[in-house]
Design a protein around this ligand. Structure first.
Ligand code: GDP
Ligand code: IMO
Ligand code: MG
Length: 422
């Protein structure tokens, strides 16, 4: 019997999960998304073409591999169908290799409107949501009102939809929300018809059977650990458990079946949306890194906030996820810098601490930095560890010493080929 390996983000999302899942996927039979929804944007670049996936797992471009959308995911049929058609248009077979758990919940157009209405009401305190309806869809799930993929095959589906839709319209009245677009409802139902042609399965049964037969499964996280609903910088988080434990509830596998956990992080930090970000660079250097790293959201196009690597936050994430192997991304982006700062500790209530406390607003903590030498060399063409400057290896060793976990891959560019096994 096999275990499920997990790959997830250790920061605030956009670490490069899509790229790495695509790279690792030939060693697996099944790639499974376990949480989040189309708030995710996972970028894959190969053969000179860029692909951005929102709901479909990042194994879809590899032959043979099965891609499962797990029960923990929330699905917007309009977005998913567009994604399927886009990929099919590139000559890639999707239908036979994409499975959708019947227990996955549906995002309705009114969930998106509620998301927008809630953010508008929050004003300056807004979360900076991707406005994909994630929060309201998970609220209906935990409130036991939600619609699930399995429901679309039932005769009473339209009634169930109408009941919830009318409730949403009442709520939208309370918000004084006026941008209701009924055309989206029609498009939503058209997309539901397309999804009826897809393989809808009991995902938990499928995956456990596959493990029993010796199949290898990689679970693909979305968002990042510090955006987790329980352990992230609440309320500036997403609405699902992004941590390794989320793979158990989001796929229907027991904790004893978790295998290797890959934790992935950038050589620096980014965050899109509002909320505390202790190491944020609000200066020209931040802008320089944003431009070099092309740090603009894959889902919304928003500029990502940029900052130095935050080791207390990274260690916190490694602990919560049980990460046994690390992957460092985007080292090439720091190539031009003379020196690179890394936050090793925080000043907090007149103390020096090396963990992420409950309250990390600007007024409570100040980062303490150590300065390391930059590599001052274009490393994007390096393909082996031996070709890397010593300064890069020193940077990696520094992180390994602080976290106690080995960095096993280094990414030096956005392309599938730009990866070094260390
Ligand atoms: P994900 O959400 O974790 O899959 O990450 P995103 O796709 O949202 O964001 C990562 C961005 O960085 C994408 O534009 C990738 O093409 C790009 N990228 C990934 N790895 C590297 C790398 O090592 N170097 C550079 N320069 N870009 C990278
Ligand atoms: P991937 O999988 C980065 C952020 C949003 C916002 C907060 C809540 O590509 O790494 P939501 O739409 O969930 O209500 O937004 O979470 N966020 C992400 N940031 N990467 C993501 O996904 C994100 N998904 C949500 O910007 O701050
Ligand atoms: Mg992303």
């Amino acid at each position: 019997m096999q275990n499920v390996d997990v790959l997830l983000g250790l920061q605030w999302g956009d670490e490069g999960k899509g790229k790495l899942v695509d790279i690792l996927s030939p060693s697996y039979d099944i790639i499974a998304r376990f949480q989040g929804g189309p708030n995710a944007g996972h970028t894959l670049i190969f053969n000179g073409t860029k692909h951005i996936l929102h709901t479909i797992p990042s194994g879809i471009f590899r032959d043979v591999i099965i891609n499962l959308i797990g029960n923990g995911v929330v699905i917007d049929p309009i977005i998913l169908v567009k994604e399927i058609k886009n990929i099919e248009a590139q000559g890639v077979e999707v239908k036979s290799r994409l499975l959708i758990s019947k227990r996955a919940h549906l995002i309705m157009p009114s969930h998106r409107w509620l998301d927008a209405a809630s953010e508008a009401l929050k004003g300056k305190e807004k979360i900076g949501s991707t406005l994909k309806g994630i929060g309201p869809a998970y609220m209906d799930k935990t409130g036991r009102n939600g619609l699930r993929i399995g429901d679309i095959e039932r005769n009473d589906f339209k009634n169930k939809f109408e009941l919830l839709y009318q409730k949403h319209l009442q709520l939208l009245k309370y918000y004084n929300f006026s941008s209701i677009d009924e055309k989206q409802i029609q498009e939503w139902f058209e997309s539901i018809e397309v999804l009826k042609q897809m393989q809808l399965v009991d995902g938990e049964h499928y995956i456990n059977e596959a493990l029993n037969k010796g199949k290898k499964v990689l679970a693909e996280g979305a968002q990042g650990t510090v955006l987790d609903i329980d352990f992230g910088t609440y309320p500036f988080v997403t609405s699902s458990n992004t941590i390794t434990a989320g793979a158990c509830t989001g796929l229907g596998i027991s904790p004893t079946k978790i295998g290797n956990v890959y934790g992935i992080f950038k050589a620096y930090c980014t965050r899109v949306g509002s909320g505390p970000f202790p190491t944020e660079l609000n200066d020209n250097l931040g802008e320089q890194i944003r431009q070099t790293g092309k740090e603009f959201g894959s889902t919304t196009g928003r500029p990502r906030r940029v900052g130095w690597l935050d080791l207390p936050a990274l260690k916190y994430a490694i602990q919560l996820d049980g990460a046994q192997e690390l992957v460092m991304m985007k080292a090439d982006v720091l190539s031009e810098l003379d020196t690179i700062k890394v936050c090793t500790h925080y000043h907090y209530n007149n103390q020096v601490i090396d963990y992420l406390p409950y309250d990390i607003s600007e007024t409570t903590i100040t980062p303490i930095y150590q300065e390391l030498k930059g590599w001052k060399k274009d490393i994007s063409g390096c393909t082996t560890k031996r070709q890397l400057p010593k300064t890069v290896l020193k940077y990696i060793e520094f992180i390994e010493e602080h976290t106690g976990v080995k960095v096993s891959y280094l990414s030096v560019g956005p392309d599938r080929e730009q990866i070094i096994k260390l």
